[in-house]
Design a protein around this ligand. Structure first.
Ligand code: IPD
Ligand code: CA
Ligand code: CA
Length: 330
């Protein structure tokens, strides 16, 4: 694989758009991501419902990690390093003490998304691999348990190549009816469990969010939007490994991805397109650290519906005291 054009020297200030990898390169990455996610999915599903070593990352029973999360990440890391030694892996588990400088291609990995479901024997979880090029998602593969022959499905995409399950092209749920932009009764959507704490929902949307669910796996939710099961999904503040693959699936299935605009956009409370996980990408440790720390709320789905919902849902802003009090109360 030729990477010369895509491997600018550290800190050269180029953004992703100026150094777009060619389609042959992306196809090679996409196909390998499918192979890797299938291997990891097999490992994870074979251990489902069995004995697990479970630790709580928060120390209070919440935010569990299991030996299977770690084994899945180790397997993915080994496979990627073998095939693409010049790429980098940013996995959720076991962050290195000394983060490496960001490389142009970064495989952002959630070895099990929905670990709380997984440890409780609830088969709503996913293995997620999103490949970023200078911060922007360019390839994705998501493994989910699915009640078909074989017991799983893999959704995959590359930038500009569409989103697929095997040879079936995916499309977000097509809005229809007299008011196509409005979430519909009888059509599923997902919202975070902490909706009321996190968001102000205008009364015009209250009771009109569709048929809201909360699944416990952000990756699963984005994947379900891409395959047209959900009309839209609104997440809590989740990490890059929850979003890297799923956001590309949604876009390649014809949807859009919005995130609350940051202070630098000077439109607090409003929404902006989420295109990059590192808008000021540099081949530096600072970029890696920023990507590991990144947390974003996203609102995804068919453009009409997402723009409509975004008009009536605004992020609440709390000071540090209120945030601490809530953590203490929960
Ligand atoms: C979690 C899931 C969940 C979301 C949490 C994530 P994990 O990921 O995606 O839906 O609400 O914020 O941490 O810990 O199971 O990989
Ligand atoms: Ca996750
Ligand atoms: Ca995880």
């Amino acid at each position: 694989m030729t990477v010369t054009q895509d491997s600018p020297s550290p800190g050269d200030g180029k953004n992703a758009a100026e150094t777009v990898p060619d389609d042959a390169t992306l196809t090679e990455i996409e196909l390998y991501a499918i192979e890797v996610v299938e291997t990891a999915g097999k490992l994870v599903s074979e251990r489902f419902g069995g004995d697990l070593d479970v630790e709580s990352k928060d120390g209070n029973g919440a935010n569990p990690v299991t030996d299977v999360d770690r084994a899945s990440q180790a397997l993915i890391t080994e496979m990627v390093e073998k095939r693409f030694p010049e790429h980098m892996i940013l996995g959720e588990e076991d962050a290195p003490k000394d983060e490496p400088a960001a490389r142009d291609f970064i495989w952002v990995v959630d070895p099990i998304d929905g670990t709380t479901n997984y440890v409780n024997g609830h088969p709503v979880y996913a293995v997620s691999i999103g490949v970023l090029h200078r911060g922007e998602p360019v390839a994705a593969a998501v493994w989910t348990p699915w009640p078909t022959e074989g017991g799983f499905e893999i959704m995959h995409a590359r930038k500009g190549g569409g989103a697929w399950i095997g040879d079936r092209k995916l499309a977000v749920k097509k809005p229809s009816g007299d008011e196509p932009h409005r979430p519909k009764r009888g059509w599923l959507s997902t919202i975070p469990g902490s909706l009321r704490f996190m968001f102000k929902v205008d009364r015009r949307l209250r009771g009109n969010l569709g048929e809201p669910r909360t699944t416990g796996s952000a990756v699963y939710e984005l994947a379900m939007v891409a395959r047209g099961v959900l009309q839209y999904a609104l997440t809590g503040a989740v990490f890059s490994w929850d979003l890297a693959a799923g956001t590309l699936l949604v876009k390649e299935a014809g949807g859009i991805v919005l995130t609350p605009a940051g202070p630098s956009d000077q439109v607090v409370g409003d929404w902006a397109m989420l295109d990059s996980f590192a808008p000021k990408f540099e081949n530096t440790q600072k970029t890696t650290k920023e990507m590991r720390a990144l947390r974003r709320v996203v609102l995804v789905g068919a453009p009409e519906v997402v723009w409509f919902v975004s008009k009536y849902v605004t992020r609440r802003r709390y000071g540090p005291v209120r945030r601490r009090l809530r953590r203490w109360l929960h």
